[in-house]
Design a protein around this ligand. Structure first.
Ligand code: KG4
Ligand code: ZN
Length: 353
C-alpha cells in the first residue's frame, strides 16, 4: 500500500501526515500558530514562515512516530505548493524537496484548495468517490482564504462555477469577530457567542441571493459577496452604542450575523446542486466546522448525499494533502518547488479517480 508523507505550511498551521492508500490516515499532526498571530488580529506571513521553520522538523518527526514508521517506509513526499502565503509555503516546499531528494522519493506538489475537497472523504466510506452514480457532485470549499462552488463530474473533472467576489466567508467571520470585540480566529468565537443568541433578531444582508428584491445577474448566480455584510455589521454596532455592553445584544448580533453567512452558503450550494442535478454535496474548509452550517446542510440529506468533512479535516491539515497527492499518480520525477499565492480562476483538476 502506497504511503505518502505530506507537509502543509500554506498559512498558520504547520502540519504533517502519513496517509496509506489515499484514505487511511496513519497520523495527522497539526501545530497551530494561532496564538502567535492573535495579537495582530490576523496571520502575519513572515511570522508564519519563521514559526514553520522552527517547528517543521518536529512536526514531521511526530507524524512518523505517531504512524510508527520511519522514512524508509515512505513511498512519496507531498507538499502544498499553493494557494497560500508565499513565505510560509516556501518553508514546507523546501523541506519537502530536501527530504524527497535525500531519500530519492517522488516529490508531489499539491493544490491546497483541491485538497480541501479531497479531505471531505477522509475517514468516510471511500467508495463514495469511486462510484460514478454519486456524480455529479457540487462541492463548497469555505475557508479563510476561499469561498467557492465546484462542479465535479464522473469523468473526474472539476470546475469552479462560482466564488467570492470579495471576502471569503471565513474572512467575514474573522472581520466580524474583530468588530464585535471577539477573539481570533473569528469563526469559532462567533459560533460560541451565537449559541446564546437569537439568529432572527437582526436582519443582515444576504448578498447575491435575490433577497430584498434585488435581482441576481446571470454571471453572479453562483458567486458570493460578503464585504457588504461586514459594513452592515459596522453600521449596526455604530447605531446601537447604548446596547453594546449587554451580553444578549452581542450574542443576538453574533447569531444573526452567523445566520446571514450560513444562509447564503446553504442557499447558493443547494441552488447549484439543483441546477446541475447533483447527487452529492461536499462541504469542506475551516468554516465547515460551524455547527449551524453542518445542521442546515444535513437537512438536505433526503435529496442529496451530504458529505461534510470531519472537523479535523475541515481546518488546514496535511492528511488532505496526502490524500490528494495519492490521486496524482503516476508521479513525475521532478524536484522543482514553484509555489503560488492565488488560485487561478478557471482551475480544472482531477478528482474522484
Ligand atoms: O481552512 P482553514 O483552516 O484555513 C484556510 O485555508 O483559510 O480555515 C480557517 C477559517 C478561519 O477564517 C476561521 O475563522 C474559520 O475557518 N472557522 C470557522 C469555524 N472554525 C474555523 N468559521 C465558522 N465557524 C467555525 N466553527
Ligand atoms: Zn485551507
Amino acid at each position: 500500500m502506497l504511503r505518502i508523507l505530506a507537509i502543509e505550511t500554506s498559512c498558520d498551521e504547520c502540519a504533517a501526515s502519513v496517509v496509506e492508500g489515499g484514505e487511511k490516515v496513519l497520523s495527522n499532526i497539526v501545530l497551530s500558530q494561532v496564538e502567535k498571530h492573535a495579537e495582530f488580529g490576523g496571520v502575519v506571513p513572515e511570522l508564519a514562515a519563521r514559526e514553520h521553520l522552527a517547528s517543521i522538523e518536529i512536526v514531521i518527526e511526530s507524524a512518523l512516530k505517531k504512524a510508527t514508521l520511519d522514512m524508509n517506509d515512505i513511498d512519496a513526499i507531498a507538499f502544498t505548493n499553493g494557494p497560500g502565503l508565499v513565505p510560509a509555503l516556501l518553508i514546507g516546499a523546501n523541506f519537502a524537496r530536501a527530504l524527497a531528494f535525500s531519500y530519492r522519493l517522488p516529490l508531489i506538489p499539491v493544490n491546497h484548495f483541491t485538497a480541501h475537497i479531497r479531505g471531505a472523504f477522509l475517514d468516510k466510506n471511500n467508495s463514495i468517490q469511486k462510484n460514478p452514480s454519486n456524480y455529479p457532485m457540487i462541492a463548497l470549499v469555505v475557508s479563510g482564504g476561499h469561498t467557492a462552488l465546484i462542479h465535479i463530474t464522473a469523468n473526474s473533472k472539476a470546475k469552479i462555477i462560482g466564488q467570492s467576489l470579495d471576502d471569503a466567508a471565513g474572512e467575514a467571520f474573522d472581520k466580524g469577530a474583530k468588530i464585535l470585540g471577539l477573539s481570533y480566529p473569528g469563526g469559532p468565537a462567533i459560533e460560541k457567542t451565537a449559541q446564546n443568541g437569537n439568529p432572527a433578531k437582526f436582519a443582515f444582508p444576504r448578498a447575491l441571493t435575490g433577497a430584498a428584491g434585488r435581482a441576481v445577474e446571470e454571471c453572479d448566480r453562483f458567486n458570493f459577496s460578503f464585504s457588504g455584510l461586514k459594513t452592515a455589521l459596522q453600521n449596526h454596532i455604530r447605531k446601537s452604542e447604548n446596547y453594546i455592553s449587554y451580553a444578549s445584544f452581542i450574542s443576538d448580533t453574533a447569531a444573526s450575523f452567523q445566520e446571514a453567512i450560513v444562509d447564503v452558503l446553504v442557499k447558493k450550494t443547494i441552488f447549484a446542486a439543483e441546477t446541475f442535478s447533483a447527487k452529492t454535496i461536499v462541504i469542506s474548509g475551516g468554516v465547515a466546522c460551524n455547527q449551524r452550517l453542518r445542521e442546515k446542510f444535513l437537512k438536505y440529506s433526503a435529496q442529496y448525499s451530504v458529505i461534510i468533512a470531519e472537523k479535523q479535516y475541515c481546518t488546514d491539515n496535511a492528511a488532505m494533502i496526502a490524500a490528494e497527492a495519492f490521486y496524482m499518480q503516476p508521479f513525475e520525477k521532478n524536484y522543482n518547488v514553484d509555489v503560488f499565492a492565488r488560485l487561478k480562476n478557471e482551475t480544472i483538476f482531477s478528482l474522484g479517480k
